[in-house]
Design a protein around this ligand. Structure first.
Ligand code: AMP
Length: 442
């Protein structure tokens, strides 16, 4: 299969070649042809599957094929909605890359940056708008954007858009664009909410699936370490000092948590920066640029802010908290080991987080051993637990476990769940088995 087989224009093929792609990814292979034929599509595809090109290429093709007369009218003809600013910028970059030989104009419209420049650019005219819902609605209310000529609507990462509470905004936007249009909906997961949204906004859609990625890329080694809540920051500092971790993405569950971690790392002399939705756009961009340039060794992010972060060469992903959904886990750790590289995914696990590990195990069909971090610091206010007698059920090869004086004599809940596990062959790390489906090398 080659991109030339789809019937895309030569200029678009040039753009694809310029990006260095030779073979379409599975989602591109199944979505591009029907999209070019004008079908509405619900595509289940995660970040990293090549989903952006799967909608951008047909969209560019359609706009270039329109009548010459229409080309003079520079009211936007395609609208891409994304949940985050970062993702909007990423889609905009993709449009520029693949459309470099075309004369189309594209504009990204998101909050956190001045309205005035956007208004000026909109006045000049554009063919494509890539927008986050809130800022787009602002423009619609001020009548600084005219969406009456939209022919193609794309909802990118629709599940995130719903998770982030954008459903009403999205509905309001869609109510004000032409009904005669092509709609492409991309979503990592197709939940009942997505199905009901699709039922309202798409017409006779084709459903395509790139294969739910249940296992991460083969090069990602996964490690789980015991860490109680109040010991996690010390452990993080220890891990960052003890190991050669060049470029580390730390995931925190809350914005407040992300800030706290960053402050502590900075105090320990570890260059780090946080990215989350309370940061201004300029702050986020600076943080991301600083991380990419190597100015900060550590980027601390929340799940939502991490959407759309496209950084190659992340050597380690550290889950400071166990993600609440297995999909988020796969998504988070997929930030390392990109493009066939190897990487390490480390998860700190408190005993109350064991149910989340269970879900990850069920989802991925793997069992993971939970170990103690080598040389993990012992808190001064918490006496180190005594080694347990040999008949105890602790994991093989590991030192003293989480048991403290309070639980002595009782079976510790944490231990009770690990005790039933058979030892894995490899104790240092556990990599996933290949063949989990999906496109996992990006
Ligand atoms: P996406 O899922 O759209 O975020 O794409 C993930 C990564 O895959 C991006 O860095 C793209 O540049 C890259 N990519 C997309 N399509 C292809 C392809 N056909 N061949 C190689 N790389 C690709």
């Amino acid at each position: 299969m080659d991109f030339a087989n789809f019937g895309l224009s030569d200029q678009i093929i040039q753009g694809v070649r310029g990006a260095g792609y030779t073979t379409p990814t599975p989602i591109q292979a199944i979505a591009i042809r029907p999209a070019l034929a004008g079908k509405d599509i619900v595509a289940s595809a995660q970040t990293g599957t090549g989903k952006t090109a799967a909608f951008v290429l047909p969209l560019l093709h359609r706009l270039t094929c329109e009548d010459v007369a229409h080309k003079e009218d520079r009211r936007p003809r395609a609208l891409v909605l994304t949940p985050t600013r970062e993702l909007a910028q990423q889609v905009q970059d993709a449009v520029i890359t693949y459309g470099r030989s075309l004369t189309l104009r594209s504009l990204s419209v998101y909050g956190g940056v001045g309205m005035d420049t956007q208004i000026k650019m909109l006045r000049r005219g554009t063919d494509i708008v890539v927008a986050t819902p809130g800022r787009l609605l602002d423009h619609m209310q001020r009548r600084t954007i005219d969406l009456s000529r939209i022919k193609v609507l794309v909802l990118d990462e629709a599940d995130r858009m719903l998770d982030m509470g954008f459903i009403h905004d999205v509905r309001r936007i869609i109510d004000q664009i032409p009904k005669e249009r092509q709609t492409l909906l991309f979503s990592a997961t197709v939940s009942p909410d997505i199905v009901s949204l699709a039922g309202v906004i798409l017409r006779d859609p084709l459903t395509v699936e790139a294969g739910m990625r249940r296992s991460p890329a083969e090069g990602i080694r996964q490690h789980f370490y015991e860490a109680e809540k109040d010991a996690k920051t010390d452990l993080l500092v220890h891990a960052l000092n003890a190991e050669m971790m060049e470029s580390v993405l730390v995931f925190a569950r809350t914005k407040h948590g992300a800030d706290k971690i960053t402050r502590r790392l900075e105090r320990s002399g570890i260059g780090s920066v946080a990215i989350h939705s309370n940061r201004t756009q300029a702050q986020r961009e600076r943080a991301l640029a600083g991380f990419k340039e190597g100015k900060y060794r550590v980027l601390v992010a929340t799940d939502i802010a991490a959407r759309g972060i496209d950084v190659d060469g992340i050597s380690h992903v550290i889950n400071f908290d166990v993600p609440r959904s297995p999909e988020d886990y796969i998504h988070r750790i997929g930030r390392t080991g990109r493009a066939g590289a190897s990487g390490d995914a480390i998860t700190f696990l408190g005993r109350e987080e064991l149910p989340h590990l269970r879900r990850i195990e069920q989802f991925t069909g793997k069992r993971f051993s939970v170990k103690q971090y080598p040389g993990a610091p012992v808190r001064a206010d918490r006496p180190a637990s005594k080694p347990r007698p040999p008949e105890d059920d602790r994991l093989p090869g590991n030192g003293p476990k989480l048991e403290g004086p309070r639980t002595r004599g009782k079976q510790h809940p944490f231990m009770s769940t690990v005790r039933k596990r058979k030892p894995f062959k490899k104790l240092e790390s556990y990599s996933t088995v290949p063949g989990g489906g999906g496109w996992s090398n990006y």
